[in-house]
Design a binder for this molecule. Sequence first.
Ligand SMILES: Cc1cc2nc3c(=O)[nH]c(=O)nc-3n(C[C@H](O)[C@H](O)[C@H](O)COP(=O)(O)OP(=O)(O)OC[C@H]3O[C@@H](n4cnc5c(N)ncnc54)[C@H](O)[C@@H]3O)c2cc1C
Length: 387
Amino acid sequence: MRGGGFILLTLALLRGASSLRREVDAATGSSLEECEFAKILIIGAGPTGLGAATRAYQLLGKGKEGFLLVDMTDRPGGLSRTERTPEGFLFDMGGHVLFSHFQYFDDVIDAAFAKSGDEFYYHQRQSHVRMRQRWVPYPFQNNLAALPVDLQEKAILGLVEAAVESATNSTKPVTFDEWIMRKMGSGIADIFMRPYNYKVWAHTTKQMQCKWLGDRVSTVDVQRAISNVLHNRTEAGWGPNAMFRFPKRGGTGRIWEAVADMLPKENQRYLFRANSIDAEEKTVHFDGGKCVKYDSLISTMPLDILLKDFLGRPELTTNLSYSSSHIIGLGIRGNHSHGNKCWQYFPEDDCPFYRNTIFSNYASGNIPPANASLPTIAMAGGGRSAP
Ligand SMILES: Cc1cc2nc3c(=O)[nH]c(=O)nc-3n(C[C@H](O)[C@H](O)[C@H](O)COP(=O)(O)OP(=O)(O)OC[C@H]3O[C@@H](n4cnc5c(N)ncnc54)[C@H](O)[C@@H]3O)c2cc1C
């Protein structure tokens, strides 16, 4: 999946003013096809496209020539949608958690759920890092007391170095690695931040810049970190997602379906795949021969695909890079041993994954009822299951 990480907006805006409604054959001047027209055409009904459509609806109203939101899949949500198996297991594309610092964003989500009658559960984050066969509460840097003594020593010495470096270096960090070294030091960098982030992004922290961090990664109060170790104290309640809310039914995807339900149906098209953009003519062509003319186009498809395949500008993509994730969902009958834990980080190289999510802890609606029967698809011995 491109982008990875949290709400990462890939948004390109092509502006212009045109009121043409009809494709015309350049040679004959005859009309080839009737294009629809939208003042604002939005490609992609994931969170970004839905946000743009919500704002466009507020500004332009619903009229036929206001905004048009299109997506190639059969429903809204993009990477933030939720899949449901026939047995009734729900799977987000990786266990999403919703949090924001923007009142407008929260107001839209609240209005959508108020209208649809949906409700949230509110959870306290219970998250841990698996290290040396033990669980260290997250944020790791606030919970060094849970580490073995050799790692505590390494982490604390690094913290002291980082405090000196921060106090004496007046320049701003550029790379993610510099940011880590200045905020946390070489100990935490080597034990957790570098290996974990390499697993997540498939790029080294030196290859990444640090502007995206904001307050998404907990920084360290050195005195508190040392005092926590000496007093053998752990504290887990830091960060923007220390509390999070999750839909009682339908998984994270339900949020985006509810946002889409606030928009007029006639302004949305699904199974509507854009296959080319004529930026000169301000026209997007879709599978099946349909076309839409626009005054402004907002594309939320992956930026490299937009530049390479739609705008013929591959040279603009040479400095862009992305990584992909495999998200594996397991539906299991029985009990698990993870208590209330929500998700867990695995920085070490003894397993191929970097995180797991105990999705049934987020909402009882994420799993089938206890009495549901599940079909046996294959027998452990390799034989065929009874029909
Ligand atoms: C493993 C993982 C975990 C994550 N966890 C979280 C989390 O906990 N919290 C959080 O907030 N975010 C999380 N994210 C990030 C979140 O999924 C994305 O940031 C978000 O979905 C991006 O929204 P978007 O609308 O920009 O793009 P997308 O969700 O990618 O939506 C783009 C839409 O464009 C459509 N599209 C593309 N090309 C075309 C075309 N040619 N024609 C028509 N339609 C097209 C696609 O079908 C898609 O619906 C996670 C992501 C991953 C991969």
